[in-house]
Design a protein around this ligand. Structure first.
Ligand code: CS2
Length: 491
């Protein structure tokens, strides 16, 4: 089959049922955004919103940057950086070819071109999806981890940074020196108050550099928070074959996703922004209620399903949620433990919950429990522990939240219930494994050892028996009877 390219989409080959291409002239699009971390989520989410608005606002094209690996550039460069978004559900698959990404810079070994691009006055927004671990922060406090090796490097080499905060600061320094207005920094990661977190980290890094003029300039930068939502499983070779069959074109890295998408953005863009509201995004003054709802209901359920589901032998979320006991556990986790902590009313939350349960059950998405289980040390604080704190402040039960935390603990031992190895991906994997090995299979020792990690559990939770008790109880049950029986018992 021919390779996806600009030339090919102008031919009739691709004009088929269930396939749409961009409605604007790509040659007339100029960059206005640099996006750090041009992974699958960004390409299914923000880049699709931008693609929808380029016909009327062609000066908001995206230049993506990969900070860790060259593979996205390698995949997209031969196809003019076009790619296919395959939207899948029980009704079938609809393919949409996206042209909003104009270029992808490989910044894995050299950041100079990226920083120069970010310093260009045409760039008015720098957005990022670098995952929770990309912020080089303490997950429990949200503060910059000043001992993080990448931060230590960037303070020693401010003009050749390797971390996302360091790259942003270096580019801001270039703009300040050129007496340009700063770009807006828009975080699109699953962090509470993601804009405020990014602001705190970049400002602290500027202070540590000891440059008062730069620090003052950084204080003038806007860091709006956003809530982003779209389920995006990792792409497989079977997915590539499906897209080729549907479009008649080979795409080296298509993106698989669901019909649902949501984007809530704090409207604070002094350097200007695209008309996001014309393509379905919600512009608000305060994102927090939306963020908390999504992190505690969707992501808290996701992580609980990832660990309980994986330990129960389910490879995919759609399989796990189809298990009656897990379905009941997740529905009750949301209804009984997450929803009461949220500012929105049941009239909003109950339908949102029911829609989430349907999204999790999407039979066309092969979303691996293992994929969601990654980086749990960076995810648990905002997905489960924040909810637990809110419940404990009111002396309310946390049985299901505790099971989610306990299942994570069992998972990070690196051994499943059959004694098979688990490929635990986590920036703290080696420390977690040391603690697990020292516990020697004793659930109370394991729980106590892991809860002693302040980066994850803070100083309060390990000292609170209303938290440690239920977690240890759940972990003992997981060891004694397994995840499936425990999920049934907790319900
Ligand atoms: C998932 C998220 O992998 C994970 O941790 O929970 O990527 C989730 O799919 C998105 O937040 C959905 O918007």
């Amino acid at each position: 089959m021919p390779r996806l390219s600009l030339a090919e989409i102008q031919s009739d080959a691709v004009h088929r049922d269930g396939v749409s291409v961009m409605e604007y002239d790509r040659s007339g699009v100029t960059p206005g955004i640099v996006h750090l971390g041009i992974g699958a989520f960004h390409r299914a989410h923000m880049a699709v919103y931008v693609d929808s608005l380029l016909k009327d606002a062609p000066d908001w094209g995206i230049i993506g940057a990969s900070l860790r690996r060259p593979d996205t550039r390698d995949a997209l460069a031969p196809q003019d950086f076009l790619y296919t978004v395959a939207i899948r559900d029980a009704e079938g698959t609809r393919c949409r070819i996206i042209g909003s990404v104009l270029d992808v810079l490989d910044a894995s070994s050299d950041r100079s071109e990226l920083i120069e691009t970010m310093a260009d006055p045409k760039i008015r927004i720098v957005s990022l999806t670098v995952t929770e671990k990309g912020y080089c922060h303490d997950p429990a406090t949200g503060e910059l981890d000043e001992d993080h090796p990448d931060i230590v490097h960037d303070l020693a080499h401010p003009d050749d940074p390797i971390s996302a905060p360091g790259i942003i600061l270096a580019a801001l320094a270039r703009r300040q020196a050129a007496e340009l207005v700063p770009f807006t920094v828009m975080s699109c990661d699953n962090l509470p108050a993601n804009g405020e977190t990014a602001r705190r980290i970049v400002r602290r890094l500027a202070e540590l550099r000891g440059d008062t003029k730069l620090t003052k300039y950084v204080h003038s930068v806007s860091f709006p928070s956003t809530m982003i939502d779209r389920i995006v499983p990792a792409t497989t070779d079977e997915d590539r074959a499906l897209v080729t069959e549907q479009t008649g074109l080979d795409d080296a890295w298509p993106i698989m996703t669901e019909p649902f998408t949501q984007w809530v953005i704090e409207d604070d863009f002094p350097a200007g922004r695209p008309p996001f509201e014309t393509v379905g995004a919600q512009l608000v003054d305060d994102v927090e209620p939306f963020e908390l709802m999504k992190l505690r209901m969707l992501n808290g359920s996701h992580s609980t399903m990832a660990y309980v589901g994986y330990l129960s032998g389910y490879q995919y979320v759609s399989e796990a949620i189809s298990d009656a006991a897990i379905h009941r556990l997740i529905r009750n986790l949301m209804t009984e433990e997450a929803m009461p902590t949220l500012p929105m009313g049941a009239d909003v939350l109950a339908p949102y919950r029911d829609e989430l349960l349907a999204r999790f059950a999407n039979p066309a998405l092969q979303h691996r429990t293992w994929q969601i289980a990654m980086d749990g040390s960076q995810k648990l604080p905002q997905r489960l522990l924040g909810t637990a704190r809110a419940r404990l402040e009111k002396d309310q039960s946390i049985e299901r939240l505790a099971l989610g935390v306990a299942a994570w603990m069992r998972y990070v031992t690196g051994r499943d219930e059959k004694g098979e190895a688990i490929d635990v991906k986590d920036p703290m994997a080696s420390r977690l494994r040391e603690i697990a090995d020292a516990a020697g299979g004793d659930p109370e020792r394991l729980a106590t050892g892991l809860m002693a990690l302040p980066e994850i559990f803070g100083a309060d939770l390990p000292e609170n028996p209303a938290f440690t008790g239920p977690v240890i109880l759940a972990l003992k049950s997981l060891y004694a009877t397994g995840a499936s029986v425990t999920a049934t018992a907790v319900g």
